[in-house]
Design a protein. Structure first.
Ligand code: MEV
Length: 442
């Protein structure tokens, strides 16, 4: 039975674990052992992980894989990917190799502007609010000097602040809509600190503004927060080649492949049910690199999906065409990423992943991540429109099922051979393993 507890956060780690295992597990010692198995014996490393969040009771591992042979703007990369789903890294590697032989990926950063907003309530005349904003705007910026000094030295900072009238949607609702350049930082802390200072100055100065009535002086700040919708922090990645070069074997011509592939993309462009799955495949690549490089995948996910729905209907993140005999497949994505700050300087594996990527700037990382998404989508569509995905997927899945049954190396070898010519299903694997085990007992 669950029960509540007061002061849990103040307990030591071992007391927290004691309470958890005693309260929720039939075999408390066994549960404790599992939690312990995932601790790191290096005390300093474990402490680092303990302190990333609150109430840490152990570590949760994801595999870190690599996909080599990515040629991006004529530079070779091996891309680190943290992901639990089988086939994703294999698919990325396959797409990388395919395009390596056809000129590689071409990318460019289109824009890097990020947005933050102060949401507030003002009961009064909008013309007066505009006059107040015009008067106070430079002070809003000046008052953030201590926060923006270093960023400005490096060429970033606050780009602009606009006053936005939202009172037709919600009575008396207005915004300070600010844009920022945060260079190699994802910028969440920087932006939020600036916004909170804007809010403070704005509220204080309103009290002194002579044209405001008593009521108008009382500006009510609702909240100050960055937006994870970043349609002006945009990157493009593409691949292209003559259509005849798309054919790898004699089973399908380059032209037939290209046409079918484009049909699949067109379907995702107009059909939201398909678009969501199509984009999920893109995010398989994107999230894995975002996670491996210590970036915020929830922010990226939210921003990317909002962008996919920007025209009022959820649509494909990738596009394809044939023009003058050339097949082109591309994506444009909003990605707010950082290569300094946050986890990037703290988590040893994140540091390693960034070094593996030649210590990229945030702009370079945007391009690498977009490529991982495009490659993943290419691999998925290539399988879906030719062999179907289950064939490859279930072969990989076979290993997961065998591991679940704790198959030994000999059993794995025998069953991998067996399932080269038999369809992999959970029940078929269970049956074959049971048979193998009972035969070896005889
Ligand atoms: C599975 O993780 C991703 C796919 O479903 C993507 C797609 O359908 O395009 C294969």
């Amino acid at each position: 039975m669950s029960k509540t507890i007061a002061g849990f956060s103040k307990l030591s780690k071992s007391k927290k674990i004691d309470w958890i295992v005693d309260t929720y597990f039939s075999d408390a010692e066994d549960a404790k052992e599992i939690l312990k198995q995932y601790w790191n014996s290096n005390i300093k490393l474990q402490q680092l992980h303990d302190e990333f969040i609150e109430n840490t009771i152990t570590n949760y591992y994801l595999p870190l894989g690599v996909a080599p042979n990515f040629l991006i703007n004529n530079k070779l990369y091996t891309i680190p990917m943290a992901i639990e789903e089988s086939s994703v890294v294999a698919a990325a590697s396959k797409a990388a190799k395919f395009w390596l032989e056809r000129g590689g990926f071409k990318t460019k950063v289109i824009a890097t502007t990020k947005i933050g907003q102060v949401h507030f309530i003002y009961q009064g005349n909008f013309e007066k609010l505009k006059q107040f904003f015009t008067q106070v705007k430079s002070k809003l910026i000046d008052d953030t000097e201590a926060i923006t000094r270093n960023m400005k030295k490096r060429g970033g900072g606050i780009i602009d602040i606009e006053l936005r009238d939202k009172s037709s949607s919600i009575n008396n609702y207005y915004q300070l809509h600010a844009s920022f350049e945060t260079l190699d930082a994802m910028g969440a802390n920087f932006i939020n600190s600036c916004l909170e200072q804007f809010a403070k100055t704005f509220k204080q100065e309103a009290l002194q503004f002579a044209l405001f009535s008593k009521e108008e002086k009382q500006i009510d700040i609702v909240m100050s927060i960055l937006s994870n919708y970043v349609p002006d922090c945009l990157v493009r990645a593409e691949v292209s080649c003559p259509i005849e070069d798309l054919s790898e074997n004699d089973t399908i011509s380059g032209e037939d492949f290209a046409n079918k592939f484009i049909q699949a993309v067109n379907i995702a462009e107009i059909e939201p049910y398909r678009a969501v799955t199509h984009n999920k495949g893109v995010m398989n690549g994107i999230d894995a690199v975002v996670l491996a490089t210590g970036n915020d995948f929830r922010a990226v996910e939210a921003g990317v999906h909002a962008y996919a729905a920007r025209n009022g209907s959820y649509s494909s993140l990738t596009h394809a065409k044939i023009e003058n005999g050339i097949f082109t497949f591309w994506t444009e994505l909003p990605l707010a990423l950082g290569t300094v700050g946050g986890l990037t300087g703290l988590h040893p594996l994140v540091k390693l992943a960034l070094e593996l990527l030649h210590k990229p700037s945030a702009k370079e990382l945007m391009q690498i991540v977009a490529v991982a998404g495009l490659a993943q989508n290419f691999a998925a569509l290539r399988s879906l429109t030719t062999t179907g995905i289950q064939q490859g997927h279930m072969k990989m899945h076979l290993m997961n099922i065998l591991n679940q049954f704790e198959a030994n190396d000999d059993e794995k070898l025998a069953l991998t051979e067996h399932f080269k010519t038999n369809p992999v299903t959970h029940s078929a694997v269970t049956e074959a393993l049971t048979k193998l085990r009972s035969n070896s007992e005889k």
